[in-house]
Design a protein around this ligand. Structure first.
Ligand SMILES: *Cc1c(COP(=O)(O)O)cnc(C)c1O
Length: 377
C-alpha cells in the first residue's frame, strides 16, 4: 500500500528519476505489531533490509536492537543511538579483525556456525557470547536461503562445546526459516532442533540461554500474508511445544517485515514496444530494474505490486524489463505481468512494498544509472 503521506510527498515534491519513499509511521506500526505479537522476544532489526539513518534512529528510539552483518552496519546502528549491548554481529562469516573491531566497540554477541569461526571469536572477542546457527530447510519461503549459513544441528553441539572450552559463553542457537516465509508454522521444525540442542548441551553440563528465531516475517506484495499476530501465536505455540515451561530468552530479527510495507518506489515507463507486429506480449521498459534496486525479481522470486495511473483500463500480459544494457535486466518474463493496454511512455508507476532490500541492492552507477535515491518521511 502506498500511504497518503507517500502520495502527498510524490505529488508535492515531484522527485526526478526512480526513487524509494519510506513512511516512518508504517515502520513504527510494524515494530509495534511485532512487539505485541511476541512480547517476550527482543527485536533485533536486520539492518541490511534498509539501513537508512532515519529508519535506524526511529527503531533505536523505540527500543529495538540490531542484527548487523559488518562493522559499518554496527557503526550505523551505534550512530543511530543503539548501545553495543543492543547489537548482535549476526554474520557467521567474519574477518578476525572485524570481530576485534566489533569487540572494541563493545559488541559482545556473535553468530558462529563452525568451530573454525569459534576459534576466531575466541581470539578476537574473549569471553563474548556466541550462538550457533543451524540449517533450516526454507520450505514455504518465497526468498529461501541456501545452505550458505548454518550447520547441521548435531554439529552445533560440537561448535557450542568448542566455544565453551575456549572460554566463550555458549549462549544459544539461531536459525532463519527463509525470507518472505508465508507459513507461520515454519518455525516449528527449527525450534524442535533448537530444543534438542539445548538438551544435548545440558547433558554436557552447559546451560544455553537463548534462541534466535531469525527473520522471515513477510511483507505484502500481490498476495495477502498472515498477520504478525498469527506468526506470534504459531511461534509461541511451537516454543511451548518444544521447551515446555522452560522457554529461554528469545530474539527475532525481522528485516523485510519491518520495512517492506513502509516503502513505495516511484518509477517511469521508458518504452512500450513489441518484438514483432503480431506479438501478443508487449515489452514494458522501466527506468528501474534489477540493478537499480529490484534485484529480488531474480528468478521472478518476488512479484511486486505495480500500480499505474491507468489501472481502470483493460489489461494484458507484458514482459517487464529494466533500463540497463544487461540482458539479465528483465524483471518478469516467464510469468508475464498484466498491465493496462493504454500504458504509455512517460507514465509514472508505483511499485509497492519496496521498503526492504531495494536501496541496499542497488548498484552504484551500472551503465551510468545512479543508485536508487531514497527519501524517508
Ligand atoms: C537477512 C537476515 C535477517 C532478516 O531476514 P528477513 O527475511 O528480511 O526478515 C534476519 N537475520 C539474519 C541473520 C539475516 O541475515
Amino acid at each position: 500500500m502506498t500511504t497518503e503521506r507517500i502520495r502527498h510527498f510524490l505529488e508535492t515534491r515531484r522527485p526526478e528519476g526512480p526513487c524509494l519513499i519510506v513512511d516512518l509511521d508504517v515502520v513504527e506500526e510494524n515494530y509495534n505489531a511485532y512487539r505485541k505479537a511476541l512480547p517476550e522476544s527482543r527485536i533485533f532489526y536486520a539492518v541490511k533490509a534498509n539501513p537508512a539513518p532515519e529508519v535506524l534512529r526511529l527503531l533505536a528510539g523505540l527500543g529495538s536492537s540490531f542484527d548487523c552483518a559488518s562493522v559499518p552496519e554496527i557503526e550505523m546502528a551505534m550512530n543511530a543511538g543503539a548501545e553495543p549491548n543492543r547489537i548482535s554481529f549476526g554474520n557467521t562469516i567474519k574477518k578476525e579483525r572485524d570481530i576485534a573491531r566489533a569487540f572494541e566497540l563493545g559488541v559482545r554477541l556473535f553468530a558462529v556456525d563452525a568451530v573454525e569461526e569459534v576459534e576466531k571469536v575466541a581470539r578476537a572477542a574473549p569471553g563474548a557470547r556466541v550462538f550457533c546457527r543451524i540449517l533450516a530447510d526454507g520450505a514455504g519461503a518465497e526468498w529461501p536461503l541456501s545452505r550458505k549459513f548454518g550447520c547441521e544441528p548435531e554439529m552445533a553441539v560440537d561448535v557450542l562445546q568448542h566455544a565453551h572450552d575456549l572460554g566463550l559463553r555458549a549462549w544459544g542457537v539461531s536459525f532463519h526459516v527463509g525470507s518472505q516465509q508465508t507459513n507461520p508454522e515454519a518455525w516449528d521444525g527449527a525450534l524442535a532442533s533448537a530444543a534438542t540442542i539445548f538438551g544435548a548441551m545440558r547433558k554436557r553440563g552447559i546451560e544455553l540461554g537463548m534462541v534466535n528465531m531469525g527473520g522471515g516475517f513477510p511483507a505484502r506484495y500481490l498476495k495477502d500474508v498472515p498477520s504478525a499476530t498469527q506468526y506470534g501465536m504459531a511461534i509461541f505455540g511451537a516454543l511451548r511445544r518444544h521447551f515446555g515451561n522452560h522457554i529461554p530468552e528469545t530474539i527475532i530479527e525481522p528485516g523485510r517485515g519491518m520495512v517492506g510495507s513502509a516503502g513505495t518506489i516511484k518509477a517511469e515507463v521508458v518504452l512500450v514496444s513489441k518484438k514483432a507486429a503480431n506479438d501478443n506480449v508487449r515489452w514494458v521498459y522501466l527506468d528501474i530494474g534489477k540493478f537499480g534496486g529490484l534485484a529480488e525479481t531474480m528468478e521472478e522470486a518476488i512479484r511486486y505490486d505495480i500500480r499505474t495511473p491507468r489501472d481502470m483500463d483493460a489489461k494484458a500480459p507484458c514482459v517487464v524489463a529494466g533500463p540497463t544494457c544487461d540482458s539479465a535486466d528483465v524483471l518478469y518474463e516467464k510469468t508475464p505481468y498484466n498491465l493496462p493496454l493504454s500504458l504509455t511512455v512517460g507514465d509514472e508507476i508505483l511499485i509497492e512494498g519496496t521498503g526492504a532490500y531495494t536501496t541496499t541492492y542497488s548498484a552504484i552507477a551500472f551503465n551510468g544509472f545512479p543508485p536508487l535515491a531514497s527519501y524517508v518521511i
